[in-house]
Design a protein around this ligand. Structure first.
Ligand SMILES: Nc1ncnc2c1ncn2[C@@H]1O[C@H](COP(=O)(O)OP(=O)(O)OP(=O)(O)O)[C@@H](O)[C@H]1O
Length: 241
């Protein structure tokens, strides 16, 4: 049976201690994200967006609270099992693209399936399909130095979706892009959510992206403040402190 596509967190808190000074990055955050939607986590610098993404994706552990992903309580997994969970079910897109300079676009994407032990020709077909999905089929033989910033980010997205993850996390995926490319990348992430019924979560402090998301979660001082429908603009929920 296919597991239900679900991602929920309850009462998440996280602080960091540096040189005996404690910073409360996240305080008592609860939320449920829905499949088939692009959810945007927005808010000013330092409000806890990346920390929330990191906890929701199992990259780090909360001080308090829980995360349930695809029916799995991530807090009950040891580090090796959380790594295996992420490898199997999560895709990641970061601001800096993180592409290998020597590999062409097809190879950048294919390497993910090679690493999973998928047979070569199947991996090549899968990588080509993912590049088609992001509109880069015709650019598959180019290396990063020969691609624009927007194209590089689309290769990074193809790499993140090639194994068809149920959960896709993007941290500031548009901050290195101009507004046209930023909008195109955001639209692509939304399209991926709609087409694949994945849960797509994007962290950004770029206010221009708010109108392009299905749902906008606004953070301030480590807390969720507003939860509203972005594109329809129909519902709006104020979260009391
Ligand atoms: N590894 C860390 N060590 C110490 N403090 C940290 C660490 N990571 C985050 N913080 C602090 O926690 C707070 C929240 O940081 P976080 O990166 O989650 O915010 P953010 O909203 O994503 O910020 P930005 O938009 O600038 O990326 C900030 O005060 C930050 O300085």
């Amino acid at each position: 049976m296919t597991p239900e596509i679900s991602l929920s967190a309850g009462a998440l808190s996280k602080s960091y201690v540096v040189q005996n000074i404690r910073t409360q990055a996240l305080s008592d955050v609860s939320l449920t994200l829905h499949p088939g939607e692009l959810s945007l986590i927005s808010g000013p610098s330092g409000c806890g967006k990346s920390t929330l993404l990191s906890l929701m994706s199992g990259l780090s552990r909360p001080d308090q609270g829980w995360v349930h992903a695809l029916g799995v309580d991530l807090g009950r997994l040891d580090d090796a099992k959380r790594d295996a969970f992420r490898l199997a079910h999560c895709g990641f897109v970061f601001q800096g693209f993180n592409l290998f300079p020597a590999l062409n676009a097809l190879e950048q994407v294919q390497i993910v399936l090679d690493y999973q032990g998928v047979p070569h020709s199947q991996a090549q077909r899968g990588a080509a399909r993912a590049l088609e999905m992001v509109g880069l089929g015709h650019r598959r033989h180019l290396r990063p130095a020969e691609l624009s910033g927007g194209e590089k980010q689309r290769v990074a997205i193809a790499r993140a979706i090639v194994k068809r993850p149920r959960l896709l996390f993007a941290d500031e995926p548009t901050s290195a892009l101009d507004s046209t490319n930023g909008a195109a990348v955001t639209d692509l992430l939304r399209e991926i959510a709609h087409r694949s019924s994945a849960i797509v979560v994007c962290v950004s402090h770029d206010p221009r992206l708010i109108a392009r998301a299905d749902r906008v979660l606004e953070m301030e001082d480590g807390r969720l403040r507003h939860d509203r429908r972005g594109r329809s603009g129909l519902s709006f929920k104020e979260i009391s402190p």
